[in-house]
Design a protein around this ligand. Sequence first.
Ligand code: T4K
Length: 399
Amino acid sequence: MSETSQQLAILGGKPVFAAPLHVGRPNIGDRKAFLRRVNEVLDRRWLTNGGQCVQKFERRLCAMLGVRHCIPICNGTVALELATRALDLQGEVIVPSFTFVATAHCLQWQGITPVFCDVNPLTHSLDPQKIEQMITPRTTGIVGVHVWGRPCAIEALTEIAQRRNLKLMFDAAHAFGCTHQGRMIGNFGKAEVFSFHATKFFNTLEGGAIATNNDELAKKIRLMKNFGFTNYDQVDYVGTNGKMNEISAAMGLTNLESLDEFIAVNRRNYEAYRRELAGIPGLALIVYDEAERNNYQYVVVEMDAAIAGLSRDDLVKVLHAENVLARRYFYPACHRMEPYRSHFPHAGLLLPETERLCTRTMCLPTGTGVGAAEITTICSIIRTALDNASAVRQRLQSA
Ligand code: T4K
């Protein structure tokens, strides 16, 4: 055993980090600007229901994305529910299983069956070649997910959707600020849904938005997110409460002003990880298309246990012992969560790449809360763990 390996907490040493280092630490823009906005909201005594901040936020989003409508919503999950419902998706809808469970739940919640389709192991998003076999007479749509902010196979999915008369929309929860062929995400499919949750690269505390260039669809969504009110005392549609509040919008306006800085920090962090983890057998960082705009929010390591000497789960245990709270996104895949596991116990047979991928990936901490020195230390823990893989394995087996 090498000297450094004795320092690993999993082998009896002290954790390198005294306090936990989280994945998903929020990026927070100019505090003074935010608090000033909050005070103005309180002074106006107009806290929600389409206040000034929400209106301004919506205009800024539209301008930034170059999209006709980008409707702020209380969170990404409700935004997904609203968009799928406004599109009148029914019966069965094709989605990846390698995603956050909200993508599937937004359908199931409305009595629509999510049909899980396998992903491309290189892109981690829906494999267009596997879609056709999942289409049945009950299929009405496809929800592609831009996993890690990398746009999915938009052209191929569009072609299938058009040919098979299916509605195509995107869960763009990860992809705010990203482009596809130079065009901002938000402009593709019938609609695209963002999440502005605290853990996202750009947050409004909780929040989300639905972007669309379709005026009719936008009109319907605006009604649906406000109980179907068309006027004072007049309801013409079934709706819910999907409104964003003023404090969230104030956070959004503030964080939009720091967006470039967030991206710069994320990119710097991503490149530091890439440099420091380069050349480790069996371990690879996902790559981003440098010709596009990316938000670099996800530092995703993909591990081949047979080559690396440690499984992803073992390495996560090593990191957790050091207070580096790496996350196994997305594990388990949706088809292994309830109610899907019970509904489709054999779904995994059609999802070999998903099954493989969700045992291999993990996300490392990044964002404005993480500095260069911390990244160096995290990477050194990883190298030490892999250099001493057999000692680590032994310890974990005996624990
Ligand atoms: N579609 C996709 C593809 C998504 O990834 C998501 C959300 C959605 C749809 C739905 O959008 P929202 O309805 O959430 O707007 C987290 C987030 O809660 C979730 O928003 C996100 N995806 C998912 C990938 O991650 P958990 O269950 O992992 O959350 P939790 O509480 O374990 O926190 C994650 C990490 O962030 C921890 O390390 C702690 C840290 N954290 C969290 C919060 C809230 C902080 O440091 N500060 C904070 O304020 O789901």
